[in-house]
Design a protein around this ligand. Structure first.
Ligand code: SF4
Ligand code: SF4
Length: 68
């Protein structure tokens, strides 16, 4: 199953940073306020989550490796 970043429209201020940073052009702004996934080619790099200033976009599929 394809998984994509999750966007909370209530937190998105339409700054467009995530659209700019996505190297696969996987995001787009609709009506200037909400970023959506426009492709199924997301490689889960999580750059959009990192750049978002409001925490509106998250990548729940991101794998975090903890060193023990
Ligand atoms: S995780 Fe990476 S490839 Fe996927 S939408 Fe975000 S910036 Fe684009
Ligand atoms: S970076 Fe965050 S606030 Fe800016 S358009 Fe993307 S989801 Fe919205």
């Amino acid at each position: 199953m394809f998984e994509s970043p999750v966007i909370d429209p209530g937190k998105c201020d339409g700054c467009g940073l995530c659209v700019t940073v996505c190297h696969l052009d996987g995001l787009a702004l609709v009506a200037g306020t909400v970023a959506i996934i426009a492709t199924t080619e997301c490689d889960w790099c999580a750059d959009c989550e990192v750049v978002c200033p409001t925490g509106a976009i998250t990548c729940p599929f991101e794998i975090v490796v903890l060193e023990c």
